[in-house]
Design a protein around this ligand. Structure first.
Ligand code: NAD
Ligand code: UGA
Length: 347
């Protein structure tokens, strides 16, 4: 049975609704559906504009509190986005990262199995592990998933996400779909250190912060790693494609990515410098430059990298009729413009 977006009796729980993806998803659900939304998070700073909306019930609570999972699973559709998912934390806080990406989602999966809710669980492209620079399309049901040693605690997150996927797939009574995002980017991503968060955000936010502060863009291990960046708008379209194809999505893991948007981190830095110069109407020599830094100096011991991640999107095309469409320069321009405007008064 598929759910109609116009049916006001449908309710959906978004766990991690206050985060980057969650806040965009919540906006889209309000704009494109008549559904009731149960929004759960530790904070809702990104959702100030929605706090009084009559179709949203907010719950500010921690997923680690057992009773929260039961309340969430009372909704027939549950999307779980809650996680610690910033690489700089995978080394120093491995225990919390594993609890957040394994223990908490497993408790939620068991509650959904009991209630009969459809669990749409956010995993990660990092489950594909320690990939090399060889060009290789990563396929959901056939690619290998090789992680580094236990001492390299960078893999705490990938390992926890992978085990959660395996656990979810083992639950005979659970209706599930697993999504593996490939580096989503867009407005509202992460934070600027010292302004609205502490630590090291993911690369897109970190490069935006460096440009706004007129500081160097730091290239970890010379910026040779490659990523396939995905517009948050394409990502939201994908989630809607899943929501409108329940039968096709049940029991499936899907990559969400854009193989056309693949480049090295050094190339990303150049591209962002040039777009930022054009937005500020200055020459490229007048904006921040790049600077190399070793991964051990930047992230500390235990960091290793995934060198290249290109998603196969054949399964999404075949089962959901979905293809991403937004070019990287369009997303970068929108995101940089948002960062300039959002932090205008503080930077
Ligand atoms: P985010 O950090 O912006 O959002 C996660 C949200 O979860 C935060 O608002 C946080 O407060 C909340 N949260 C964390 N622990 C919680 C808890 N115990 N109880 C309640 N709420 C809690 O991250 P995001 O980029 O929006 O990512 C969302 C999900 O997608 C995560 O599971 C992440 O692993 C996965 N993912 C994201 C990307 C990406 O490119 N953004 C890529 C791969 C996977
Ligand atoms: C991220 C996070 O693990 C998760 O948010 C997510 O699950 C995953 O991507 C995914 O999309 O599946 P990663 O891509 O390594 O992992 O995170 P970033 O911090 O965005 O780093 C990307 C690359 O840029 C890495 O090679 C990193 O070393 C490099 N980097 C990062 C820099 O060169 N400079 C920086 O300032 C930050």
């Amino acid at each position: 049975m598929n759910y109609s977006f116009k049916d006001p009796s449908v309710s959906i729980a978004i766990v991690g609704a206050g985060g980057f993806i969650g806040s965009h998803l919540l906006d889209a659900l309000i704009e494109r559906t008549s559904w009731h939304i149960f929004a759960v998070d530790l904070d809702f700073n990104r959702l100030q504009h929605r706090l009084n909306h009559p179709r949203i019930e907010f719950l500010c609570d921690d997923l680690k509190n057992g009773s929260v999972a039961t309340r969430i699973a009372a909704c027939p559709i549950v999307i779980n986005l809650a996680a610690i998912c910033v690489p700089s934390r995978y080394m120093r806080e491995a225990k919390e990262v594993i609890e957040s990406n394994y223990n908490h989602p497993v408790a939620l999966a068991l509650a959904c199995e009991k209630s009969g809710a459809w669990l749409i669980h956010f995993s990660t492209s990092e489950v594909y592990g320690k990939t090399s620079l060889e060009p290789c399309l990563l396929e959901e049901d056939s690619s290998s998933m090789v992680l580094g040693s236990v001492r390299a605690s960078r893999w705490s997150y990938a390992c926890a996400k992978q085990l959660t996927e395996r656990y979810i797939a083992s639950l005979q009574g659970l209706s599930w779909t697993v999504l593996r995002p490939f580096n989503f980017i867009g407005p509202r991503m992460d934070f600027i250190p010292g302004i609205d968060g502490e630590g090291i955000p993911r690369v897109l936010a970190n490069f935006c912060a460096a440009l706004l502060k007129n500081e160097p863009l730091l290239l970890v291990d010379k910026g040779v790693s490659r990523r396939s960046f995905t517009s948050i708008h394409d990502a939201i379209h994908f989630i809607f494609a899943v929501l409108s194809h329940r039968e096709e999505s049940l029991g499936q893991a899907f990559n969400i990515g854009n193989p056309e948007n693949e480049l090295s981190i050094a190339e990303l830095a150049d591209c962002m410098r040039s777009i930022y110069a054009s937005l500020r109407n200055v020459s490229i020599d007048q904006v921040s430059s790049v600077q190399n830094i070793s991964s051990s100096d930047y992230y500390g011991e235990g960091y290793e990298d995934s060198l290249r991640r290109i998603p196969s999107i054949e399964k999404a095309k075949r089962l959901l009729g979905y293809v991403p469409s937004e070019a990287l320069d369009v997303t970068l321009r929108e995101t940089l413009s948002w960062f300039i405007e959002h932090y205008r008064l503080v930077l």
